[in-house]
Design a protein around this ligand. Structure first.
Ligand SMILES: *Cc1c(COP(=O)(O)O)cnc(C)c1O
Length: 408
């Protein structure tokens, strides 16, 4: 079959059978290894998106393959009527790496959105002595997921518009200390925010913002909940991004990179927030199943063994310095931390740059028209980073050249 026929075939099949809620993809992938993936026509791509910060160990990592196959042959699912060894091990491991310690507790779900749903319910349980705490504060442009609770927390009106009315009680504030000070009072049950706004284009919080959020939530008896779904699991050069800030939250939500692509999410509580849920108030059939938790344990153990958290700092610096050294007129700023990198473009050409990169065998992402998102597997090598930089440079030069031709 020729490439063209094969391409037309899967495109048509996708268009005919997948829900229209999804934007049709450009290529169909068949297999991967390390930081590389191959499409159905045998073309090779360097993967600098990692399934949106999910494939922590890249593709087909032996530790992940071993955990999946071994556990699949033992026990895949038992329901929450029963405990399993991998579930207990993962809960204890998450308490340790997050610093939640003995007073911490863990709830398991199957995705980021589900972790945030649990966090939203946690916020509702923080009623206060007089029951007045019903408000949740989130940030404008924040992304917390697509299910109705998580969508209500998401600060993008365009995503909510078709699904109104939203769940009541959420207020979205501007990302400034002053705006937060103005909005917070004793009716606030929780403030939820991303330490770096990933879907917004890898946008850092303003200096001192997280510290101010901690002070204000403490003053008003509100929970500080950090959505570490994209920033967590070593990606920013610490197990969790908050660990670089000196701030301790009351809860974090985790998903994406935790099991290297196996779907699992978690809510981890710290201190008094651990006492809010009581038996029967929340649950999920698949949540905390032995397969997902076993895979997460294997991924986290491998990240630890291979020093990938520390590695994210040096590799991230190589990427950042390399992008700056390209001296492209398109690059306005480089954002983010560790291996979660955002490139702010001077022109709204992010989609064109990422399409040029794809043509040259590099997968990156354009979360909006003027931002590129770069999030390779944590196992990425220096040589792969150098290849990435060279293709990114060519892609930006091609787009900048085309821009100049149009304006000439
Ligand atoms: C991806 C993401 C979510 C949603 O996770 P899903 O697994 O897609 O439901 C929530 N919050 C943040 C910060 C994310 O990056």
């Amino acid at each position: 079959m020729s490439t063209e026929t094969q391409t037309a075939t899967w495109n048509d099949r996708f268009g005919a059978s997948l829900m229209r809620s999804l934007t049709p993809p450009k290529i169909m992938l068949e297999r991967g290894e390390g930081c590389r993936v191959w499409d159905v026509d045998g073309n090779e791509y360097l993967d600098f998106l990692a399934g949106i910060a999910v494939n922590s160990l890249g593709h087909a990592h032996p530790a992940l393959v071993e955990a999946i196959t071994d556990q699949a042959a033992k026990l895949v699912h038992v329901s929450n009527y029963f405990a399993t060894p991998p579930q207990l091990e993962l809960a204890e491991r998450l308490k340790r790496i997050s610093g939640a310690g003995d007073a911490g507790r863990v709830y398991f779900g199957n995705s980021g959105a589900e972790a945030n749903e649990a966090a939203f319910k946690l916020a509702r349980l923080n009623r206060g002595a007089d029951g007045r705490k019903t408000k949740v504060i989130a940030l404008q442009q924040a992304f917390h997921g697509r299910t109705m609770g998580a969508l209500a927390l998401t600060g993008k009106p365009a995503l909510q518009e078709d699904f109104l009315p939203m769940i009541a009680g959420v207020e979205h504030v501007e990302t400034s200390i002053e705006a937060l000070e103005r909005s917070i009072d004793d009716t606030v049950a929780a403030v939820i925010l991303e330490p770096i706004k990933g879907e917004a284009g890898v946008v850092d919080l303003p200096e001192g913002f997280l510290q101010a959020a901690r002070r204000l939530t403490e003053e008003h008896g509100a929970l500080l909940i950090l959505d570490e779904i994209q920033t967590g699991i070593g990606r920013t050069g610490a197990w969790f991004a908050f660990q670089n800030t000196g701030v301790t939250p009351d809860a974090i939500t985790v998903a994406k990179g935790i099991a290297g692509g196996f779907p699992i999410g978690a809510l981890v509580t710290f201190g008094w927030a651990s006492d809010l849920f009581s038996a029967g108030q929340h649950g999920s059939t698949f949540g905390g199943n032995p397969l997902g938790t076993r895979v997460a344990n294997a991924v986290l153990a491998e990240i630890e063994r291979a020093g990938l958290v520390e590695g994210a700092v040096t590799k991230g610096a190589r990427i950042r310095d390399g992008i700056t050294a390209l001296a492209s007129p398109l690059v306005e700023e480089v954002r983010g931390s560790g291996l979660l990198v955002g490139v702010g473009l001077a022109e709204p050409v992010a989609a064109a740059v990422s399409a040029e990169a794809l043509r040259r065998g590099l997968i990156i992402n354009a979360p909006n028209e003027s931002s590129l998102r770069i999030a390779p597997p944590l196992i990425v090598s220096d040589a792969e980073i150098d290849t990435f930089l060279s293709i990114l440079g060519q892609s930006m030069a091609a787009v900048a050249g085309a821009e100049q031709e149009t304006s000439a």
